[in-house]
Ligand binder design. Sequence first.
Ligand code: CMP
Length: 138
Amino acid sequence: MITNETTFAIIKPDAVQDNIAGFIIYLIELNKFKILELKKVQLTRKEAEEFYDIHKDRPFFNELVEYMISGPVILMALERENAINAWRELMGATDPKNAAMGTIRKMFGKSIGSNATHGSDSPETAKRELGIFFPNLK
Ligand code: CMP
């Protein structure tokens, strides 16, 4: 039996700015994800701070928040079998330098901060992140 899972994804400001959001969405669809929700928004500082709250004591927190509010982002709810891990594999390692060939971050990430995309790292995180931006998702 196939059990579907839903994860939360962001196409980050640098990727939207570079006009590669459409290509990333194409890769998402090629990899058999169903896009349950999608919206293009400009995050507020408050939203970015809440979203990355878990990193608030890290030295890069301010840089991360500034970057995430520097331009529009695309937020998505993605459904697939094993969606959380499948999206993380398609994105590649957080630092593009360490990402495998063919992954989104290898192809488009510029640095550990400007790394093109975000994805939930566990079922608990996915639930929390989807709840923040898609509270009406079934
Ligand atoms: P993301 O998957 O969105 O989750 C947290 C983000 O923090 C991560 O991707 C990176 O873009 C960012 N990040 C992690 N480490 C650093 C760092 N050392 N400097 C700047 N940003 C970082």
